[in-house]
Every structure is written in C-alpha cells, then in structure tokens.
Write a protein that binds this ligand. Structure first.
Ligand SMILES: [Zn+2]
Length: 432
C-alpha cells in the first residue's frame, strides 16, 4: 500500500505497522497509532532477545517524534512487558525508539546532530525540549554509537590529561589518540582508579601495543602507566610544561603587584580629575595600575601581542627587571619546544642553569621540576608527539563543560565531548 510506505518514510520508522494517523485537537498534535511488525514484537528492551510476554505494562504510551511541518507529532502504541531470561521483566523493545526513551530514534538523532552543530538555545527552541533532555538524548545516542564502533582499534600513541571544570570542583580524565588526533575516552575523576578504568577497557593485549604515552607529569599517572603499559615511552606534554612556567611567572607578577600596592598605600591620596601641577609623583600607584593591566602582555606569545601590550611589556622591562627576567625565562622555555631536537637538548641544558641561578624562587622551583621531567620533555620534542593536540582538546572540552551546564550527569558531558571530538558525529536522519 503506497500510503503505508509514505507514512513510514515521513515518520522515519522501520519494522513498524502504522494503524492510523489522527489529529489530537486538544493536544494540538498529530498522533500516529503504530505497533511493531510481528517479527519485532516480544523482544527484550535491553538485549533485543525474543522473550515470552509478561503483561501489558502501563498500557498505551506516546513517543515524541520529529514535527510534521510545524505541528508536534507523536507515535502512540501499547507498551507491554516481556520476561527476558537475562534481564528479567522489562518493557518490550520497540523498533522506533531506544529503550527507556520518550522520543523516537529519528528525534534523538536529530537532537544529537544539532547539539554538535548549534548553540544551546538553537537546539532547545527548534526542538522544543529542555536542555537537560538534550543531555539524556545525547547520552543514549553516544551509547549506541559506542556499541557499534571499536574506538580503540590500532591504538599506539596516546595522551592522558586531567581537565578541571566548575571552578576546579569537578574533574574529567581524558585520553586522546595522537595518530588520529581524536578524543577516544573520558570519565569523571582524577586518580589512579580513573585511569585504570581506561586500561581495563583497553585490555592487556592492547595495552601492550601502546608505544607512547604523554601526560601532564602527575606521579599517579606515571605509576599506573608504568604498571599497565610497560613497553610505552613516557613523554611530557609541552602544553603543561609551558603552563607551569606561566604559573610561575604569574606568581612573580602577583608578588610585584602586592609590593607596589604596599608602596601605594603610603603615598598621598589624590582627588578626582587631573592632578594639579606640581603634585608629588606616586610610583607605587603607577606600578600597581600597570601590573594589573600587564597580565595579558606577560601571558601571550610575543607574536600575538597588541601594540598596547608591547608598550606595557617594554615598560615592565624598564621598571621591574626581576619581573621581566621571569618573563624571559617563561618565553625561553616555551621556545625550546619549537626547536629541532639536537638544538633543544642544548637549549634546555642552558635554560636549566640560567633558571637555577636566577634568584627568583618560583623559577628555581620550576627548574627542579624541569630537571625531574627532563627525559620526558626531551622525548616529547624528539617524538614530536603532542603539538597542540592536548592543548586544543583541553580548550575545546572546557568550552563544552560550559555548554553542558544544566545536564543531569557527567555522562552527558562526556557524550557531548565524544560526539564532538571523537570523530563519530551522529548522522542526520534521512540523509544517508
Ligand atoms: Zn534481555
């Protein structure tokens, strides 16, 4: 019957008998009354195994589907329960929706696709759903994709990183593949057990195939990697090393700023407006003001500085030699990672002896960490492993954590991250 295939196609359903289509005026919805075809009936909602019927469950229920034009559309059907030998009494599976879902598969898939392409408000307004519902939908879509793919096939060189969000109150452990440059795994947590979950999933054979592991230098990651991937070369992440240097520099800047403020407090107060001619100079106030604004000038790579920031930096060089020295130490370390290997070995040696004698406590301390991690830093340069991959993944996930605000569980954030960065973008329904 032509009408049947037309409606199957319009509603995006398979293995489904469409009984009738009505318009529910009260609810302002198109309602398609459906039932699974006989071969799709009496199957366990979890595993799909054919199982004996149990009872009629909660009777008729509805699943939200994609709108027809501008009108909300639902599928309506019985939702009987079956007794699965493995899963006990469960709601029978239906061919048009995922287990335990209140939306059809095509609806889920479109939401998941949109969530990787559009803003939060575009998704929720267009699809007329709450953001936390988007979280549940992308979680089940990702679980489906995950079940159908082998994310860990041919894994050789991985990077492990820890990402904090919600102002450092929550943590994600993430694993990236340096060869495909994709995110392959993430889980909530920040300890050895979390990393262990990944290696458990990978299994001993594939762990043995891992040749390189880059990480941020945390001792617990080191220990577990040594135990689980004995053959792997361990490598430092330049991104984290440069971040340490930036943090040391910021410590020096904060010290300078506090000193300047202490000095400023002793200086005479001034009223509003232009100071009268001949009023006494206030170097402490000037310095404090400049250092407050100088933060970005000190942080950025020199090639990205604005004219104003360049002026600020020159000014710091002239007025605060210690802070400027700290800046040069940070920049020196950053540049080593851009050098070819033989030059980098020598440059790192020189940097260490410079930092050891620099009389800036934050950098003397940093120098000790650099010495501790020297073999891994040099391995990173030699194997050219993580050029920006860890940094860009880190930045993108941080953006996604902001987008994921309002999801009920971290699983939804992880699903969003893997859908976006894992190379498995969901298909838009009806476009294959
Ligand atoms: Zn089952």
């Amino acid at each position: 019957m032509r009408d049947v295939s037309l409606w199957s196609s319009v509603l995006g359903v398979e293995k489904t008998v469409i009984e009738r289509i009505v318009f529910d005026e009260e609810a302002d919805k198109v309602v398609a009354h459906v039932r699974p075809r006989s071969r799709a009936r009496n199957r366990c909602g979890v595993c799909g195994r054919r199982s004996p019927g149990y009872d009629t469950g909660e009777g008729r229920r509805r699943w939200r589907s994609l709108d027809l034009g501008t009108t909300s559309t639902v599928l309506e059907a019985d939702s009987p329960r079956v007794r699965c030998p493995a899963h006990g009494v469960v709601v029978a599976s239906v061919p048009w929706a995922r287990h335990d879902a209140g939306h059809t598969k095509v609806f889920d898939d479109q939401v998941a696709w949109l969530a990787t392409q559009a803003s939060k408000s575009a998704v929720t307004e267009l699809m007329r759903i709450a953001w936390r519902t988007v979280g549940s939908i992308i979680t089940r879509v990702w679980n489906d994709i995950e079940a159908g793919t082998d994310r860990f096939a041919g894994l050789r060189r991985i990077g492990i990183d820890e990402i904090s969000y919600k102002k450092g109150h929550k943590y994600l452990m993430v694993v990236v593949d340096h060869d495909t440059r994709r995110l392959i795994w993430a889980a909530p947590g920040r300890n050895s057990a979390t990393v262990g979950e990944f290696f458990d999933l990978l299994g001993p054979d594939r762990c043995a195939q891992i040749t390189h592991v880059s990480a941020d230098g945390a001792d617990f990651i080191d220990t577990i990697v040594a135990a689980r991937c004995p053959a792997a070369v361990r490598v430092a992440d330049p991104f984290h090393i440069v971040k340490w240097a930036t943090e040391a520099l910021d410590e020096v800047r904060r010290g300078a700023w506090n000193d300047a403020r202490a000095l400023a407090r002793k200086e005479p107060k001034r009223g509003r407006g232009r100071p009268p001619a001949g009023s006494p100079p206030r170097p402490g106030n000037d310095l404090a003001k400049a250092l407050r604004g100088g933060r970005y000038a000190l942080w950025k790579n020199p090639e990205n500085l604005t004219e104003n920031q360049k002026i600020k930096l020159t000014w710091i060089a002239a007025t605060d030699p210690k802070l400027y020295r700290a800046y040069l130490l940070k920049e020196g370390l950053r540049l080593i990672f851009t050098m070819p290997y033989p030059g980098a070995v020598e440059a790192l040696e020189r940097w260490i002896s410079w930092a050891r004698r620099c009389r800036i406590p934050a950098f003397v301390k940093l120098q000790r960490s650099i010495v501790k991690h020297r073999p891994r830093i040099l391995a990173a340069i030699k194997h050219n492993l993580s050029n920006g991959l860890i940094e860009s993944t880190n930045t993108k996930i941080r953006l996604l954590t902001r987008m994921a605000f309002g999801f009920k569980s971290p699983q939804a954030l992880i699903a969003l991250a893997l859908l976006n960065l894992g190379g498995h973008r969901p298909d838009l329904p009806g476009r294959k």
